[in-house]
Structure formats: C-alpha cells, structure tokens
Design a protein. Structure first.
Length: 380
C-alpha cells in the first residue's frame, strides 16, 4: 500500500498504556505499525500525573501531553478534563504540522479538541468509533454519555472527513449521528504475541476496567455457583476502576478470597491468557472488545455478551459462547459447561484462534487504515 511520502499522522487519545483500556492499546499498536510503514507519527494524550507512558521515550514518535483531571471515579466512565489542553493542542499542531489528525473514541476530550481545531487548521480529520450503543449504561454516567453523544460527538462526526468504525454496529451508531463517510475496520491482535499455550486446570479470566458497563458485577454474582460446581477452579480479575472496592468487598463477602485474585496492573498481559482456560467479559456496552480478541488469539474461548460488534466475530457455540447481558445465571451456566466439557472447550479455542489469524491481524488492520489515509489525503 503506497502512501504519500512523509505523510504526518497525529494520533489522539485521552488515555494510553499503561492505562488498561482497549482504545489505548489500539492507539499504541497503530502508532508503532505506522512507524514501520514509514509515516511520521505523533501522539497527543492527556496526563493526570499518575503514570509513565510507554510511548513517551520512543525516539521514532513525537509524543505530546497536556495536564488533565481524570473524572472516571466521579461519573463511572472513562473521562478526562483539561483546561490547558486546547492551548497545548494548538502548540502541537504548530510544531508537528500533521497532514491527518486521527482521533479515537467519540467520547474523548481529545476528539473534541481535534474537531474544534479543524475549524481553523489545515488538516484532515479521521475519527474512529470504538464503542457501540450506550443505551444500557445507567446512572449519572449514562446520562452524561448520552448528552455528550448528542452534542459533542455529533460535532466531532460532522467535522470528520472519514469515520472508521470497529464494527458494523458501531457504524450504524455513526450514521445515526450524521456520519456520511464511514468504513468498518475491526480491531486486531498481534497473533505472535497472543498465541495458545498448554493449559492445566480450570482458570477463569476477566480483563477490563472495573466499571458497570463491562458487567463485572454480573460475573461476581455468577462466581459462587461456578466455584461450588468446580471448587478446584481459580479466577483472575485484571483491571482497575471505580468499582474496585466493591469488587473486593464482594469477593470477601462471598468467601471467594482463596479462589479469586484481583490484579490491578499486569506488565505482560499475554501471560494471563497463557494461564487461562476460559475468558469472560459480560459487557453491557462495547464496540469490539480487544481483550476478547486477545483471548481468542490465545486459544482461550470467550464467554461474552451478544452486543455491538461481538456477534460479528463470535459465532455462538463455534468460536465462543454468546449470552444476553444482565443474566448472571446464564454466565454461571456457560462457564460451568466449559469447565465440564474439556473437548468442547478445546474445539471452541481452536476455532477462535483460526478466526483471528485469518481475519484480524495487525498487518491486515494497518493496511486498511493506510488505505483510509490515502483516500482522505488525496492519494487513493
């Protein structure tokens, strides 16, 4: 795939690794793959002072930050706010001179900045929608997200020269918000980093932020029944977030401490998949969860909810088990079935790995994103 010589791409995301969300992992991987393809790559993110970014010392990437306040614990959804970011972003545009600004997530502050500055700056704007329908998100977070979506997100999409959607479900949301130039490019996995390993015993794995829309509360409700049926099983919960104290209290209250371990941050996440025999993420709202794809690539069959782009990738009882959200009893039954039937679990694991290898590698995704850049930049 040819690209314009020296094309300069500025990627924007409110969060980056070591933050443990899927969007930040996708942005970091994309940055590294674009560098390999010969692009000049810049990254702009927000910094609440709580972490050292993995990309900040990469000599091949121009890395920029603005100080910010993380509001996640306040509203229950990933959210940053920054008074200085508008000024800092203007300085970044002047210093880096991007041909294309690629914003990620219609709810991110940096996406709003990229759209606002496009009114007076000379760059093309590409926006990726990572999240599907948010209708099932409840509470103050849901109200805030829906209000933001119908105002700021609509503006971001209206300013975008192209909208990339991680699933057909996300594309329908984009079109409902006024997008006319859309394309579906699903998330991807490094199939060398995430590959099957021999598994011993029964080990359940959850990876994701500890927020209600990821369904961690439903998984916790299912665990007593799972562990009663399989007292030799163990559970790893990997993630942090506003429900962290509630998760720990639930584990203690139900007497699950000997079987369940909560990991705040894991440097080598692939090692967690290597130990797991079943993956579960019973979300209420998704785009196309990266952790699910990593599990599939690692030969760990997913027990997941049939929302947004998930059914576009997971075929029930062929590459995983699909459930409706909000039903802990179904989660319990699905996990027990896979622990009971090792042959069925292995069959799902092999099918899941094959699907990802054939359809969702990073090489494939990078080619598709480059094609969008070429089209938007006038080199199609």
């Amino acid at each position: 795939m040819a690209q314009q010589p020296g094309m300069r791409i500025l990627l924007c995301s409110d969060y980056l690794p070591p933050s443990d969300g899927g969007v930040e992992q996708v942005v970091q991987k994309l940055a590294l793959h674009l560098v390999k393809e010969g692009y000049e790559v810049g990254v702009f993110t927000l910094d609440d002072g709580s972490r050292e970014f993995e990309l900040q010392d990469n000599p091949d990437i121009s890395f920029y930050t603005a100080s910010a306040i993380d509001l996640t614990d306040t509203i229950g959804l990933q959210s940053m706010f920054s008074l200085s970011a508008l000024r800092e972003f203007g300085n970044v545009l002047q210093a880096f001179q991007p041909d294309i600004v690629h914003a990620h997530n219609r709810f991110f502050y940096t996406s709003a900045l990229a759209a606002l500055c496009s009114l007076r700056a000379d760059y093309k704007l590409v926006t990726t929608l990572h999240l599907g329908d948010i209708g099932m998100i409840s509470g103050i977070g849901g109200v805030a997200a829906r209000t933001f979506e119908q105002t700021v997100s609509r503006f971001v999409i209206s300013r975008s020269d192209q909208v990339i959607c991680v699933s057909a479900a996300a594309e329908s949301i984009a079109r409902s918000l006024g997008a006319t130039r859309t394309t579906v490019i699903r998330n991807a996995v490094d199939v060398d980093e995430f590959s099957p390993a021999p598994v011993e015993g029964k080990r359940l794995l959850y990876i994701g932020r500890l927020v209600r829309n990821n369904g961690i509360q439903d998984l916790l409700s299912a665990l007593p029944g799972v562990l009663e049926a399989h007292p030799d099983a163990t559970v790893d919960i990997v993630g942090s977030g506003p429900l962290e104290a509630e998760v720990q209290e639930s584990i203690q209250r139900d007497g699950l401490s000997d079987a369940v371990t909560v990991h705040d941050y894991v440097p080598d996440i692939s090692a967690m998949y290597d130990r797991a025999s079943v993956f579960c993420r019973p979300s209420y709202s998704e785009g196309l969860p990266l952790t699910m794809l990593e599990a599939m690539a690692s030969g760990v069959p997913p027990v997941v909810t049939a929302i947004a782009g998930v059914p576009e990738v997971v075929t029930d009882r062929e590459t995983g088990l699909l459930l409706e959200p909000g039903h802990p009893d179904d989660i319990e039954a699905a996990i027990i079935e896979l622990f009971d039937d090792d042959a069925f679990r292995v069959e799902l694991a092999e099918n899941a790995r094959d699907y990802v290898v054939n359809n969702l590698t990073w090489e494939q995704r990078t080619e598709r994103v480059m094609a969008v850049y070429g089209k938007v930049g006038g080199n199609d």
